[in-house]
Design a protein around this ligand. Structure first.
Ligand code: HSE
Length: 328
């Protein structure tokens, strides 16, 4: 991982700025990946959030517009995760002389368990990095993105922000010191995601899980995490499927998700490789071996939710290896 001094050195050799405005997309993410609480996550192709950032003449950060949030997110730059993380980045490179204006376009549901705040924060950080011509490795931005996560839900976990920023499947090997590892994955792994439209704030979903576990459960869990990581390296989809079991967090959090076990049974009966909670929920996801099965599962689960009078959104994607991208 780069050190911030490398960013400063790189910027010292650049013209003041290369462009005045940039439009960035950053992807949604599936954190935990069932057995890897706080240590595993992957990015998907859709949904995701967009940030339009413009350089201004007045030092400081403003947020001129937020769309798609139903008025839920603050325009005050001191309270918004996007501006706060951009401010931390600018301070760290001694560039508080810069003025930027942010437009945030939420293209995914808030509080969905799909890394909504991470997608916004990463889009903002990638935008300022691009505006300044900082072409160092994006992993340098990770600590700033984690600050945004801490503000959003009270804990600076990296299993959403790291895959949103780096793309692909990511392991947080260690938090102190931060050590993030990109993992390989089978090309033909598809992901069906369904967001049941009920509110499960991450902050609360973290408070209900137990913080002490017994050795027998720990052994089961770390066997599964190692099995999943091995399956990813070996391109062994059966091993991936049988390793994606969570005996620590899922039994508690599943209570917040309507018909979680019924939905799991439906997905597995339809040929899913695995099924579980995305991040802290309420979104659920299934891995499949092909797009068709992922689409059928998404439709089936959404129809089931409609039948119990719960609205939903569905997405079908492969794993997004690219991470954030400049749209124009
Ligand atoms: N690892 C985090 C959690 C992800 O499960 O609380 C939040 O989306």
């Amino acid at each position: 991982m780069n050190d911030i001094q490398e960013v400063k050195d790189t910027l010292a050799t650049k013209p003041q700025h290369l462009t005045d405005s940039v439009h960035v997309f950053a992807p949604a993410t599936v954190a935990n990946v069932v057995c890897g609480f706080d240590v595993l996550g992957f990015a998907v192709n859709e949904p995701g959030d967009e940030v339009i950032m413009r350089l201004t003449n007045k030092p400081g950060i403003t947020i001129s517009k937020i769309t798609g949030d139903e008025g839920r997110l603050p325009l005050n730059p001191a309270k918004n995760t996007v501006s706060v993380s951009v401010e931390h980045y600018l301070k760290s490179i001694d560039r508080t002389d810069i003025g930027v204006d942010i437009e945030l376009h939420k293209k995914m549901p808030i509080g969905s368990g799909l890394g909504s705040s991470s997608a916004s924060t990463v889009a903002g950080l990638f935008a300022i990095k691009t505006l300044l011509g900082d072409d160092t490795d994006p992993s340098t931005l990770l600590p700033f993105a984690m600050k945004g996560e801490e503000m959003a839900c009270g804990h600076g976990h990296a299993d959403n922000v790291a895959p949103a920023l780096l793309g692909g499947f990511v392991l947080i090997r260690s938090y102190e010191p931060l050590d993030v590892v990109r993992l390989p994955h089978p090309e033909n792994l598809w992901c069906a995601i369904v967001f049941p439209d009920v509110d499960v704030p991450t902050r609360e979903a973290r408070q209900i899980i137990r913080n002490k576990i017994n050795m027998k459960d720990a052994v089961t869990q770390w066997g599964n995490i190692a099995g999943l990581v091995s399956g990813l390296f070996m391109q062994d989809i059966d091993l991936i499927g049988r390793s994606m079991k969570d005996i620590l967090v899922e039994p508690v959090r599943s209570m917040l998700i309507p018909d979680f076990y019924e939905m799991r049974q439906m997905a597995m009966d339809m040929g899913a490789v695995s099924f579980g909670i995305s991040g802290s929920g309420p979104s659920v996801f299934a891995f499949t071996r092909d797009e068709e099965t992922a689409k059928l599962i998404t439709n089936k689960l959404r129809n089931h939710l409609t039948g119990i009078k719960i609205g939903s959104y569905g997405y079908v994607s492969t794993i997004n290896d690219a991470g954030p991208r400049v749209m124009c």
